[in-house]
Design a protein around this ligand. Structure first.
Ligand code: NAD
Ligand code: ZN
Length: 250
C-alpha cells in the first residue's frame, strides 16, 4: 500500500468513530530538536541511563543527575512544538472522545494546546521532593547548588519516572481505560520497548481498535498494526488532519 492510500484508510477510520486515542513517544519531539533515547544517535548512545535516570544514580551523585536534567530542561525551553504536536491539539477539538497519552516528559503537547494530556513518565518541567513527594515549582538549582525541600529538607528531584520506578497510578489506569475503549489507536514516534506503555496499543488492538503506527522505522509493534505510516510524525499527522477536514467539509 502506498502512503496516500494508507492515509485515506486512516481518515476513513477516523470519520467512523468518536473514540480515538494517541500514544506518543520521543519521536514526536524529534522534529522539535529534542533527541530520542534509543535511535543510533539518541541520548542513550552517549550517556549511561543507570547513572542518570535511576534512584541509585541520584543517591550516589545528585549533582551529576541534576546537571543532566538541567541540560535537558534548557534544550526543552529552547524548543518549540512542531506540526505533529499542533495537529494532535487540533484533532482534540474535532473528535468527541480524543485522548492523548504521552511517554514524553518535555511538555510540548501542552505548549501546542493539547488538554488533559496523560503523562505516563512525568515531566521535567516539574520537580518533587524525594521524601515527602510535594511538587516544587520554584528554581531548584541556583549557581549549581541544589536547594532542599522547604517542608522536610529532603532532596529535590525531577518529577519523572526513572528506571525501576513504577508509573503514576492514576495515569496508567486512565491510559488503560482509554486503550480498552478506543476504536482507533495511534502509536506515534515510540520504539514500543518501554513497558507498561508498550502494552497499551496491544490492549487497544485486543479490544477491537484499529491500530495505526506512525514511525519512519519499524518497531516490535509493526507486525500487529492495521496501518503503518512510514513518515515522520510532523509530516504524517498534518496530512491526516488536512484530509480529515477536507472529507468532513471543515
Ligand atoms: P525511543 O527513543 O525509544 O524511540 C523513539 C522512536 O521514535 C523510534 O522508534 C524512532 O524510529 C521514532 N522516530 C524518530 N524520529 C521520528 C519522527 N520524526 N517521527 C516519528 N517517529 C520518529 O522513545 P520512546 O519509545 O518514547 O521511549 C523512550 C523513553 O524516553 C520514554 O519513556 C520517554 O519518557 C523518554 N524520552 C522522552 C523524551 C521527550 O520528552 N521528548 C526524549 C527522549 C526520551
Ligand atoms: Zn519534602
Amino acid at each position: 500500500m502506498d502512503i496516500d492510500k494508507n492515509i485515506d484508510t486512516v481518515v476513513d477510520y477516523l470519520l467512523n468513530t468518536d473514540n480515538v486515542s494517541v500514544l506518543t513517544g520521543a519521536g514526536i519531539s524529534a522534529e522539535s530538536g529534542i533527541s530520542t533515547f534509543r535511535d543510533p544517535d539518541g541520548l542513550w548512545s552517549k550517556f549511561n541511563p543507570q547513572e542518570l535516570a535511576s534512584i541509585d544514580g541520584f543517591m550516589s551523585n545528585p549533582e551529576l543527575v541534576w546537571s543532566w536534567y538541567q541540560y535537558r530542561v534548557n534544550i526543552v525551553n529552547n524548543s518549540i512544538p512542531n506540526p505533529g504536536h499542533y495537529a494532535l491539539a487540533e484533532f482534540q477539538n474535532l473528535i468527541k472522545n480524543f485522548s492523548l497519552i504521552t511517554q514524553n516528559v518535555d511538555g510540548l503537547h501542552q505548549r501546542a494546546g493539547s488538554k488533559n494530556v496523560v503523562e505516563l513518565h512525568g515531566s521535567i518541567v516539574r520537580n518533587k521532593c524525594f521524601d515527602c513527594n510535594k511538587i516544587h515549582t520554584s528554581k531548584i538549582v541556583e549557581h549549581n547548588k541544589i536547594s532542599n525541600c522547604i517542608y522536610c529538607n529532603g532532596k529535590i528531584r525531577p518529577d519523572v519516572v526513572w528506571f525501576g520506578e513504577i508509573l503514576p497510578r492514576h495515569e496508567i489506569e486512565l491510559a488503560q481505560i482509554y486503550a480498552e475503549n478506543s476504536k482507533v489507536y495511534f502509536s506515534v514516534g515510540t520504539s514500543a520497548e518501554v513497558y507498561p506503555a508498550a502494552d497499551l496499543p496491544l490492549i487497544a488492538k485486543r479490544n477491537g481498535a484499529k491500530l495505526i503506527e506512525i514511525n519512519p522505522n519499524d518497531t516490535q509493534l509493526t507486525s500487529f498494526v492495521d496501518v503503518k505510516i512510514n513518515l515522520n510524525s510532523g509530516i504524517a499527522l498534518p496530512l491526516i488532519l488536512e484530509k480529515y477536514k477536507e472529507k468532513k467539509g471543515i
